[in-house]
Design a protein around this ligand. Structure first.
Ligand code: SF4
Length: 335
């Protein structure tokens, strides 16, 4: 299948107006509500937002690994210029084997407990389609190199180990090595440090960032921590209840975040200088069974106006490259 759509300004992924709902025993939950997002070649972006805001659904849709209960109600997902929602099985297989790799939150669940690390890495290389992928010598060389590149000691010995013999930090580094053992256009890392010791988190993020840069892949990092996003990403998307509410370069967002929800998130970051306990954001995410018809943040927003209840605000470009979905910034051009 050919869509003949040119890659726009080097975009590896371009999600346009994506709506996704999930079938449940009580009906359909309207989770994604017109998501727009893109990532360019060699770019690192982060999607930030509280648990349940749709971050994982967005990236699972991009990787085409959504649960069976999910339904795409509208929108497009272009991968290197081609609409992946219209790919056939063979093309999807190829997309997952050599186009996109996903590093999951829980490394123990990502690794098969009954196979050695060497066997599992060889399997990934075998199906990647690279030259010599079926040759055991090539598989071994690539595995050793990938483990070494992620600063794992004694790769030859490590290949003989089973996942349960390794620490959480080592297992996550193996997942990174596995996802970058063969060339990938896009790496998706879904909260890769959540289950790790704080002292290991920093190390794992550093390795992830370095490896993605060396391989010149694009990266989408999912995190609920703005601090982690700032450390890794060039650009940040703030997500709330199925919508991207703000996007800007990482430094710009930290210098001046605009959306009331982003400001609330910022206020949750503990300050080293003290200044009291973070206030948090009062209220909680709306129900996805019957979300507010206008701005989904309206029930929690300290600046809500009558019109916010009526229609969802579009994205306004408040400054070059800094877009915000909020009527307070209407003077900006609609992005
Ligand atoms: Fe608040 Fe209205 Fe802006 Fe939504 S659109 S964030 S309710 S001011």
């Amino acid at each position: 299948m050919e869509t003949h759509i040119k890659e726009q300004d080097n975009r590896v992924v371009d999600v346009k107006n994506l709506f996704i709902s999930f079938r449940t025993f009580k009906g359909y939950t309207k989770v994604l509500n017109g998501v727009n997002l893109h990532v360019r070649r060699k770019e690192k972006i982060a999607i930030v937002g509280e648990t349940g805001c749709g971050k994982t659904t967005t990236v699972y849709a991009i990787a085409q690994i959504l649960a069976k209960q999910a339904r795409v109600d509208g929108g497009e997902i272009f991968f290197k210029g081609r609409d992946s929602l219209r790919m056939n099985e063979k093309e999807l297989k190829q997309l997952r084997a050599s186009g996109i790799s996903v590093i999951f939150q829980d490394p123990i669940a990502s690794l098969n407990p009954v196979f050695t690390i060497g066997d599992q890495m060889a399997e990934v290389i075998r199906y990647s389609g690279i030259e010599g992928a079926r040759d055991p010598r090539v598989q071994r060389e690539r595995t050793v190199a990938a483990l070494r590149e992620t600063s794992l000691p004694d790769p030859e010995r490590l290949m003989e180990n089973y996942p349960f013999q390794l620490s959480g930090g080592m297992r996550q580094r193996i997942c990174i090595a596995m996802s970058l053992a063969t060339p990938r256009d896009l790496v998706i890392a879904d909260e890769p440090t959540t289950n790790l010791d704080v002292t290991i988190q920093d190390q794992v993020l550093k390795i992830l960032r370095q490896r993605v840069e060396e391989k010149q892949s694009a990266l989408i990092l999912i995190t609920h921590s703005l601090g982690v996003a700032r450390e890794v990403a060039d650009r940040i998307y703030v997500m709330y209840a199925g919508n991207m509410v703000e996007t800007a370069g990482a430094e710009e967002l930290f210098r001046e975040c605009l959306h009331p929800y982003s400001r609330g998130l910022m206020s949750c970051i503990p300050k080293l200088s003290g200044g009291g306990i973070a206030s948090g954001i009062p209220g909680h995410l709306p129900s996805y069974y019957a979300p507010p018809p206008g701005c989904r943040f309206e029930p929690r927003c300290p600046h809500a106006m009558p019109r916010c209840k009526q229609a969802m605000p579009p994205m306004y470009e408040a400054a070059p490259g800094h877009c915000v979905a909020c009527y307070l910034y209407e003077r900006g051009t609609s992005a």
